[in-house]
Every structure is written in C-alpha cells, then in structure tokens.
Design a protein around this ligand. Structure first.
Ligand code: B12
Length: 233
C-alpha cells in the first residue's frame, strides 16, 4: 500500500472526509518552513446543521446566549480537523518523516500566529486552492463546487515520501455579480470585492469588524445549493 493510501485510510478511519496531497515546494521558505509537501485534511459540515443555522436568525449569538456553543458542529469539526492534523504529524514523525501540524494550537505554540494581523504564514486556503479544491469568494473564504464554503480544514507540512500535485491553474472565482455575503454581513466586514492573487485579504474583508456569526458561510448560494441537494429546503 502506498503511503498516500495508508494515510488516507488512517485519517478517514478517524473521521476525515478527504485528504489532499499538495506540492508546496514552489512557495517561499517563510510559508513552507522548508517542507516540500502539505497534506490537507477536510471535513464537511452536515446539511441538517446548515439548514438549522439558515433557519435561526442569529444562530451563533443564540448558541452563545444559551451557553451551548461547545455543541456547535462547526466548532466541533474545527477542533476535530486540528486534532487530526496533530495526530497525522505525530504519526509521520513516528515513522521518521519530518512533519509540522498547522493546527491552531501548534501554530500558536510555535509562535507563527500573528495576533495583530490575525494571520498565519501559510493559510489552509492557499493550500486548498493549490489542491484545486475551489476558489476564494467575495467573503474571503474558500468556495468548493460541491459543498460551497461548508467545510473545515487543517493542514500538515511534511517531507514524507508522498505523491503530491498542485494545479497549474486554480479554479477561477465563480461569484459573478452575486453579493449575498456582503448584504448578509451585519457587521459590514465584507467589501463585496472579487478576490484574485493580487488582492490582499484586507481588500476583501475587514477582519477587525468580523464577529464570526457564520452567516457568510451558510448564506452563500453555493452552500445553499449543497443544502438543497441533500434534502434541505
Ligand atoms: C485568523 C483566522 C480568522 C480571523 C481572521 C480571518 C482571516 N481570513 O484572516 C477571524 C477571527 C476574523 C476569522 C473569522 C472567520 N473564520 Co477563520 N480562520 C483564521 C485562521 C486561523 C488563520 C487565517 C489566516 O492565516 N489569515 C491570513 C490571510 C492572509 O489568509 P486567509 O484570509 O485565511 O486566506 C487568504 C490566502 O489563502 C490567500 N491566497 C490563497 N491563494 C493564494 C495564492 C497567492 C499567490 C497569494 C499571494 C495569496 C493566496 O487568499 C485567501 C483570502 O484572502 C484560519 C485557519 C488557517 N490556519 O488557515 C481560519 C479559517 C480561515 N476560518 C474559517 C472560518 C469558517 C471563519 C468564519 C466563517 C467563522 C465564523 N464562525 O463566522 C469567519 C469568516 C471570516 C471571513 N469572512 O473571512 C475557516 C475557512 C473555511 C473556508 N470555507 O474557507 C478556516 C480555514 C478554519 C478551518 N479550520 O476551517 N478567522
């Protein structure tokens, strides 16, 4: 069994929905820390959960008010994606292959989270785009054709002998004239601008205004399409 197949089995048995093996050797050393490859771990949010968030006017605020945010599926799957990345990095290191988990704890503890700019050197979205998984929407999030933005991700950087790829031409943005995310954002954090590689994050979203209400993820038409295709209304 190839190492790619072994890792897929190992992580899917622990709840990952997919793994992408990505060549990052062409990125800057500041981004890659010298590693040639990245493994992206993906978890998909359930249509039932997304329908509930859609139908609840101020879902996140309501969950915080009821002290139930710890039960929130996105919150739990974001934690799970990070735990799977820490597990994978440990698993590879045990096999003698250098690996670095990009979980929030690992990035924070190794001093690679910039509190001031709310940023990390190699965001999961950059790796996801190179994997050909989707495009960056006007809400500054990854949009996938199948699940919209309803995914959680984490990544591991490694020099393990895995087979990797990175797409020559990442998927181009398919937001068109849509501006639903800008309209739904009560904090006016989203500027309604299409993203491209020359656009900085701050040209698309004001992260200091964002209150993480999750509406831009759920009300994106591509996320709504995924909900409807899976029994939602
Ligand atoms: C810090 C952080 C925040 C901060 C700052 C947001 C930000 N975008 O920087 C705050 C607290 C505001 C936040 C909010 C949210 N977040 Co957040 N956040 C992160 C975190 C930990 C780091 C992000 C980072 O490094 N930002 C720095 C900037 C520069 O990078 P970026 O915006 O993430 O991605 C840019 C680059 O990838 C760039 N890019 C892509 N390809 C290329 C190629 C080239 C050549 C270049 C130059 C650039 C480039 O384009 C992207 C868009 O600008 C990531 C996890 C991670 N380690 O990646 C989660 C993450 C991005 N967050 C996520 C989510 C879901 C949210 C919320 C929806 C949560 C909620 N409850 O509402 C909101 C939405 C805010 C928004 N619309 O952007 C998900 C995104 C999933 C997806 N579908 O994309 C992530 C990946 C967490 C996860 N584990 O899944 N977040």
């Amino acid at each position: 069994m190839s190492l790619n197949a072994e890792l897929e089995l190992e992580l899917k048995n622990r709840g990952a929905d997919w793994l992408s093996f990505v060549d990052i050797s062409h990125l800057s050393i500041d981004q890659t820390k010298g590693y040639r490859s990245a493994i992206l771990i993906g978890l998909v949010l359930s249509p039932e959960y997304l329908q509930k968030v859609t139908d609840t006017s101020d879902y996140v605020r309501e969950m915080i008010r009821c002290k139930r945010i710890h039960e929130d599926e996105f919150h739990l799957k974001e934690l799970q994606a990070d735990q799977l990345a820490d597990y994978l990095a440990h698993y590879l290191t045990q096999k003698g292959y250098p690996a670095y988990s990009q979980s929030e704890d690992s990035i924070y503890l190794t001093g690679f989270y910039n509190e001031k700019t709310k940023s990390t050197p190699l965001p999961h979205k950059t790796i996801a785009r190179l994997a050909g998984l989707g495009w960056i929407g006007k809400h500054n999030l990854l949009v996938t054709p199948e699940y919209g933005s309803a995914i959680c991700m984490c990544t591991v950087l490694t020099d393990a002998p895995i087979t990797t790829h990175s797409v020559e031409v990442p998927l181009s943005a398919q937001c068109g004239a849509c501006g639903i995310c800008q309209v739904i954002c009560a904090d006016h954090a989203i500027k309604g601008k299409a993203w491209d590689v020359t656009t900085s994050r701050d040209g698309v979203v004001d992260v200091y205004k964002c209150t993480t209400c999750f509406k831009c993820v759920v009300h994106c038409p591509w996320t709504q399409k995924y909900i409807r295709k899976n029994g939602g209304h």
